[in-house]
Design a protein around this ligand. Sequence first.
Ligand code: F0G
Length: 427
Amino acid sequence: MSVNMKSILKSIATGKEYPLDEIRFTSDNGELLDVIHDLEAIKKQFGISREYYFNKRGKINGQPSGGVWHFKELVMPSLAESEVVSKQEGNTRLYHSKKTSSWLGLNVERFFLKHEGENPTGSFKDRGMTVAISMAKHLKQKAVTCASTGNTSASLAAYASEAELTGLVLIPKGNVAVGKISQALAYGTKTLVVNGDFDDCMRLIREAQVKLSAYPLNSINPFRLEGQKTIIWEILQQLEWQVPDWIVFPGGNLGNTSAFGKALHEAHQLGLIDRMPRFAVIQAEGASPFYKAFKNNFAGLTPEKADTIATAIKIGDPVNYTKAVRSLKWTNGIVESVTDEEILEAKANVDAAGIGAEPASCATVAGVKKLIANREIKPTDRVVGILTGNILKDPQVIVDYHFNRKTSLANPPHDIDANINELKKFL
Ligand code: F0G
């Protein structure tokens, strides 16, 4: 069922409005666009409340509408259900990890890890992709594109195949983890390896949108962010709408930072929550333009040449900067940076806890560790960390760590002869 309600596109800077079905990604002045829904009308029509979402048992394409589409009326109310291209994204677990919380020095009852690596293609990108690809189809687009550090390309490839659209992805040469590039190839999308970095790929995609009318599914596409909002609403629902003190997650192109702020702002407007949690956005030290801008009171963003082992967030010129600043203002948020060594140490701990996540995701946990040490996060605070991608996305980093490191968590394999006495030594 679609809802006859008017959502619009609106410039975040000037408030200039455009129709929802106009194919554009910025205002006439180049500012980012929000999707604005008529929250008052939606609240009234559906009786939106905590109880409403607790009791709701909808279906999309004949399957339970959990995850992203559980919140359909706040994600894309006017889209007909028959137009939704979904792989049942979301419904990811919120882990209590004794091992991780004790390594961090937090109370296990007050520390949660939301694992977005449990999505269909192994990252949070699927939450945005289901919405953006559904809209691409709705808007009669034939070809969809993205620049990617890997996960967006994997997600686009899978969804473009399902939606029967032509997919084309641009990835930076030598900087995409093997699990991700494998997915793009396997799902059958055209994969162009660009002699440049992610920011070069992103520039090309924006140019291709203007000059070649290729439809981008990066997070400059405001429909992507509508889907990613549901990470926050799902966390709140899993916590029975008890707002945590902190939500901590990695920042690269700053799509999540933007989407999460909008999700909380809307939840507050709808009366689903009565206060805002604080955001802590974590960047890798070698790719930290947002951190530097934060330290400079957001006087402006200085793009940089990015370098980090966490290739997913190896981004020096994030396209969602202005929306992300707004999110930090809404949530009294902070930005922290962590070294590659800190990311690898956190990853070894998250992995050894039996949870596992890719390096960029573990920046979250490294960030929590650092913020506790800085006394920004108190040991009594209720903290939700978001793991953005699956452990199997980047097996090379794991193999390099366990074969070559001499740390207490390094767990190299042992070669033995096919003989029971050899085996016995290890038991
Ligand atoms: N974590 C993972 C695993 C990612 O893949 C990304 C972004 C981020 C964090 C950062 O999120 O951009 O919303 O701040 N990956 C993009 C990609 C850029 O192409 O897959 P963000």
